[in-house]
Design a protein around this ligand. Structure first.
Ligand code: AFP
Length: 334
């Protein structure tokens, strides 16, 4: 392991010597004026948590660390062992970073208060997204929305339930064939790949903008019978022009469509009349990311970022991707 690490360092120096610039997450954050020191610490806490979760994902099958805890979360869904440990990993990383005053999580019924009087940020997260894919070696992920703390408000659940438009940054991690961390801020969207030899996230895809020509649409066709006629009509139109890709882990489907161009749909259907996905820690953060990359997110009736939320674990229908694709689907809906 030590030998591998030294080899990797040698390669990094070699590349630097040859003029190949390597930027890691920390150097990117330090050199980006629009991201202040405090927000940088939040991103670094996400990165450190992600390295730990990635190691757990890697060893899941070997250590037998998969399967259900036997518990259900606040939404009545089965909690996988990794859901529980991922939640603890990120909560601990956020507590240690000191800049976060409160966290909302898919795995917690209410808010987790931390930090001190000067902690400036609130985070809503889905610590492990795509749980049902955990034990079948399909990509899973983590999602984070970051809101500024309102120092005039009490630290209570209602402060976490704030419009997506007020986010100042968002991030997600995909634990896939490689581990990537994507961050979005006023400075755009950047993707970093985890170098497992050094434990550093290296900038591999700077300033991501959605390709204007898009290829893919993503939807669970198993829900067809429950879709409204307008959703069915949109899908009939999409299927004659675009390729279907659906993994069933939101972050993985989202990441592919972000890089290749496309649209993700999880509309309401008869069995989930309000949609399945969660507004505060799935739809809002990813709508923030897609907006910075030139796209948009919609519930079919409203821009996701404009929705006035009512509860921490509220669900929403979601249409997310290239703006022209989203607008065309929404125009059928209205
Ligand atoms: P799980 O966490 O239960 O695997 O759900 C994943 C998810 O919340 C999201 O990541 C997927 O996009 C969506 O649900 C998949 O839902 P379907 O299995 O109903 O298609």
């Amino acid at each position: 392991m030590k030998k591998l690490f030294l080899e990797k360092l040698k390669k990094l120096f070699h590349n630097a010597y040859r003029g190949i610039k390597i930027t890691n997450l920390e150097t990117y954050l330090n050199s980006t004026a629009a991201i202040d020191h405090e927000l940088s610490k939040v991103f670094m806490a996400i990165a450190s948590g992600a390295v730990t979760v990635q190691k757990q994902v890697d060893r899941l099958n070997i250590d037998g660390y998969f399967g259900s805890t036997g518990k259900t979360n606040v939404q009545g869904e089965e909690v996988q062992k990794l859901d529980e440990s991922g939640n603890t990993v990120f909560i601990d990383a956020f507590r240690e970073c000191g800049q976060i005053a409160m966290v909302g999580s898919e795995e917690l019924a209410g808010p987790e208060i931390m930090g001190d009087d000067s902690s400036r940020y609130l985070v809503n997260m889905d610590p492990v997204d795509g749980s049902s894919n955990i034990d079948v070696a399909i990509s899973i992920g983590s999602i984070f929305g970051i809101w500024p703390r309102d120092f005039n408000s009490q630290l209570s659940e209602s402060a976490l339930i704030s419009k997506g438009e007020k986010q100042i940054a968002a991030a997600y991690v995909v634990y896939g064939s490689s581990t990537v961390m994507v961050i979005a801020s006023k400075s755009g969207v950047q993707s970093f790949t985890l170098d497992s030899a050094t434990g550093l996230f290296v900038l591999t895809n700077p300033n991501i903008v959605l390709p204007s020509k898009w290829k893919y649409y993503s939807v669970n066709y198993g829900n067809w019978e429950g879709f409204s006629k307008t959703v069915q009509d949109s899908l009939i139109e999409l299927q004659s022009h675009y390729s279907l890709r659906y993994v069933g882990s939101l972050v993985a489907d989202f990441h592919r469509n972000l890089l290749k161009g496309g649209v993700f749909l999880y509309p309401q259907d008869k069995s989930s009349p309000n949609g399945k996905l969660r507004l505060m820690y799935e739809a809002n953060p990813l709508s923030y990311v897609i907006k910075q990359a030139g796209g948009m997110g919609s519930s079919g009736l409203e821009n996701i970022l404009d929705i006035e939320p009512e509860s921490l674990h509220q669900r929403t229908p979601l249409i997310l991707g290239n703006s022209d694709a989203v607008k065309s689907i929404v125009s059928h809906e209205k």
